[in-house]
Design a protein around this ligand. Structure first.
Ligand code: LLP
Length: 397
């Protein structure tokens, strides 16, 4: 469906300066309602969208208007969310290194709760809250020591990762919080990693949370109002048109089936990639075809500055030539060529794909680098003094 739409937009794309991000907001609307129809089945389930995935104002507004809250990891994200209509009490704030000004900003705005990652951080929050005459709601991010089948750079729930508080220290940190008058303990937070496609990883997290909840119950701790299981659901990068909407059903059913919530407990999710990933494409133009000794290169005008994922994680994104339809030989066979698709940045890692099959591509062709809605625009840089990419949505077409 998106493929047809993308090609339909070609005329309009032609008139825009490349490279740019394009967000299909119809697909976003469908994705949001697919999530809602799963979470609405359950009392007390709520999604805080992980803003780090895509903070484009139009995208954020649409997500907010669909009834989602926000998961922020910086003062800048909190500000952006407030500016784009998220009520402060729908915002949660995570991150291992919250600066004092960010804590002040969050307390001033009146966010829902902090996801706290260490005792030193808890003490600073308590001190700032007390100085500001406020009570800070705190939830503890517990490192569940659960592995996930994903890229090692994006696992977060192992004991060796910098994130969260060791599960063995959970009772202690809660006792410390309860002894501090300017903080209120409200729940637990977890996140095992990103781009996870195996539901048994989430199932393992459920079992770990059940175990921890049993420990809390045995210790007489009853104020665990929220269980926040983070995000992590992956998307199909190889074939975005086959799976434009991620498998939310399996994801949410895993929690419904395996997580034992206590009466009245609220369950919070923090999905990012699965919400916006398939809605975005990076539209770029072929500058040159370069025939080298062993390879043929398609040199495009987007680089790792606009989409860093391939350079940083070796991530693979599907690439589509929007300017040419299917090309066939006289005997009806499709003519395809193998190219390395590279950007203009002075780094060898500025490569979007190696030995990638495309129809014959020429200077001036428009290419779409697909599934770039998450961790694309937000991770762009100005290396080589490049401009940050512009972005358009369906409404701009
Ligand atoms: N909650 C927490 C605490 C997180 O750290 C993250 C992502 C999320 C939620 C959202 O995870 P998601 O649903 O998007 O998987 N730049 C990398 C991904 C980094 C993810 C960081 N944390 C990439 O491009 O693959």
């Amino acid at each position: 469906m998106t493929k047809r739409l993308l090609q339909d937009q070609k005329e309009r794309f032609e008139s825009l300066k490349t490279p740019f991000y394009y967000y299909d907001t119809d697909l976003l609307a469908e994705t949001l309602s697919a999530i809602k129809s799963e979470t609405d089945k359950h009392e007390g389930w709520h999604l805080h969208y992980a803003v780090k995935a895509c903070a484009n104002p139009k995208v954020l507004r649409q997500i907010q208007q669909a009834g989602f809250g926000a998961d922020c990891v910086s003062g800048g994200e909190i500000r952006t969310c407030l500016e784009n209509g998220f009520p402060a009490d729908e915002i949660v704030f995570a991150g291992v290194g919250k600066a004092d000004w960010e804590i002040e900003l969050a307390l001033e705005a009146g966010i829902q709760y902090f996801n706290v990652e260490s005792i030193p951080e808890l003490e600073v929050i308590a001190e700032i809250a007390s100085r500001m005459n406020k009570i800070a709601n705190v939830s503890f991010r517990i490192n569940p020591d659960v592995g996930a089948h994903t890229h090692s750079h994006i696992t977060t729930g192992l004991a060796e990762n910098k994130f969260g508080i060791a599960k063995e220290d959970m009772l202690h940190v809660i006792q410390v919080a309860k002894s501090l008058p300017s903080v209120r303990f409200v729940g637990l937070h977890f996140h095992i990693g990103s781009q996870i496609l195996q539901m048994d990883d989430f199932e393992a997290l459920c079992y770990r949370i059940n175990e921890l909840q049993d420990q809390l119950e045995a210790a007489g701790i009853t104020e665990v109002h929220n269980i926040n299981v983070g995000g992590g659901l992956g998307i199909n990068y190889d074939n975005p048109d086959e799976a434009p909407i991620p498998d939310f059903k399996s994801y949410f059913e895993t929690y419904a089936k395996h997580l034992k919530l206590r009466p009245g407990q609220r369950l919070h999710f923090e999905l990012g990639r699965a919400v916006v990933g398939q809605c975005g494409s990076l539209i770029t133009r072929c500058l040159y075809i370069k025939q080298a000794k062993e390879k043929q290169f398609v040199i495009v005008d987007a680089g790792m500055t606009e989409l860093m994922r391939p350079a940083l994680y070796g991530a693979k994104h599907h690439i589509q030539n929007l300017s040419v339809g299917q090309q066939t030989t006289d005997n009806g066979q499709e003519t395809l060529f193998k190219y390395d698709i590279v950007g203009p940045i002075c780094e060898s890692s500025d490569t979007f794909a190696r030995d990638f099959t495309l129809p014959e591509t020429r200077r001036g062709d428009l290419l779409a680098i697909r599934s770039a809605g998450a961790y694309g625009e937000t991770m762009a840089s100005q290396y080589n003094c490049r401009e940050l990419p512009k972005a358009y949505t369906t409404a701009d077409m």
